[in-house]
Design a protein around this ligand. Structure first.
Ligand SMILES: [Zn+2]
Length: 421
């Protein structure tokens, strides 16, 4: 499974998860048959003060970075943490995502089932956004629906914003149809009130659509609305929510995405904004272009391109780019510093997946499981990740090199990445 497919939407991750019920190992270049996809890793972990909250095997855990102890986020006496009465238990929900804000965790959950009767497919689903106290003392549901998923979340001030997709009518489900309604909600954390901010109703002409809150360390709500139309055209809009209205900041239009399908992503920080465009030219020939801007994409500057781009792990603070030969580049979105994985220059060496970074506390959260020797396409029915914390400085100095300290000629020799200097 290629990341470019994953990149269309988290919708597909969820659909794939519900079809397989398992964790994919991504289809990688045969030279490196040792990695699990990022697609369902990073959103299930979130670093907070002194540790990381994560979901493993249907339970929410907290990994304390100081003593490296994992605890279940449930403080109910005598709880076995495997029933619906447990505050940390996720039942059989697929691909949950988690953020921590204030004293609470916000966890998005979805499950669905497709059954067949006389060749007719029918769908049943359940979506929830639960609010759980960080000490595991209480849990309640702040949003629920009978189809789709929560696709992104961001908390600002006393508001929690989140996007969802949903089938217009789950009882009219059509197999392999992704025609859906996209909604941005605002949840008032003080008054516990839910409000619809923006809604794009399902449209038969929109084969696939998605609405996502843009990542970045900025105290504003930016959303991205992406539509693939039945006529082969693609429209992507970047919008800003301000003073109760949505303003289109930037619009992209492709008349025929069959020529070059583009997956566009943005990261918006206070001073620097990033635009990431992955162009799918052929089955295994993605080109990824990263541009920076400081006027919200009115003008922009190409930073670098990656050939045969395979995978992107995006976070508010950093992005990891991986190409099909398993070369990795990390971009620090705040300082705009770039780092090469040592494997770019030294050949094969295993580098753990990064789950989250807490640079302030010099901590990096990684998946410490060694996947060496696991074949592409392997499906795990239990989450194989083994969350651990490492010293950020030590990890970076062992496995990454600051681009500024690499010889210019050595960078020029890299055939898969091209910098605009
Ligand atoms: Zn419990």
């Amino acid at each position: 499974m290629k990341k470019s497919i994953l990149k269309i939407s988290i919708i597909f991750i969820i659909i794939i998860m519900l079809i397989t019920g398992g964790f994919f190992v991504t289809k990688l270049n045969m030279k490196f048959p040792d990695k699990v996809t990022y697609g369902n890793g990073t959103d299930a972990a979130y670093c907070a003060d002194g540790g990381m909250y994560y979901i493993k095997n249907k339970c929410i855990y907290f990994l304390d970075s100081k003593n490296q102890i994992n605890t279940v986020v449930c403080n109910k006496a005598n709880c076995t943490h495997n029933t619906v009465s447990c505050n940390a238990y996720m039942e059989d929900f697929q691909a949950p995502t988690i953020i921590c804000y204030g004293d609470y965790l916000y966890v998005s959950l979805s499950k669905s089932n497709i059954s067949f009767n006389d060749g007719e497919a029918s769908y049943t689903g359940l979506v929830k956004l639960d609010c759980i106290k960080c000490d595991g003392s209480s849990r309640r549901t702040i949003y629920s629906a009978d189809s789709g998923a929560v696709t992104s979340m961001k908390a600002i001030g006393d508001k929690l914003y989140f996007t969802t997709w949903a089938y217009p009518d789950p009882s009219e489900y059509v197999l392999n149809s992704f025609v859906s309604t996209q909604t941005l909600y605002e949840y008032d954390l003080r008054w516990n009130k839910l409000k619809t901010v923006l809604e794009y109703p399902a449209d038969e002409n929109h084969e696939i659509s998605r609405l996502d809150i843009v990542k970045g360390n900025v105290q504003d709500v930016y959303v991205m609305y992406d539509v693939y139309n039945k006529d082969g055209s693609q429209r992507t809009q970047l919008l800003k929510y301000d003073d109760n209205k949505m303003t289109v900041i930037k619009e992209y239009y492709i008349a025929d995405f069959n020529d070059s399908k583009e997956y566009i992503d943005f990261v918006i920080n206070e001073s620097e904004q990033l635009e990431i465009i992955q162009t799918l030219l052929g089955e295994a020939n993605d080109v990824l272009a990263v541009s920076s801007s400081n006027d919200c994409f009115q003008t922009k500057k190409l930073m670098f391109t990656i050939d045969d781009a395979h995978d992107i792990a995006m976070n508010d603070g950093y992005i990891l780019f991986v190409n099909s030969d398993y070369n990795k580049i990390m971009l620090d979105c705040d300082s705009m510093n770039m780092y090469f994985a040592t494997t770019c220059f030294e050949g094969e060496k295993y580098i753990s997946d990064i789950l989250d970074i807490d640079e302030e506390n010099n901590a990096i959260y990684i998946d410490a499981t060694d996947y060496t020797g696991i074949l592409p396409g392997t499906i795990f029915y239990e989450d194989p990740k083994n969350q651990a914390v490492a010293d950020f400085d030590v990890f970076m100095s062992n496995y990454f090199i600051d681009k500024a300290s690499v010889n210019h000629d050595d960078i020029a020799k890299l055939t898969w990445v091209h910098f605009e200097d």
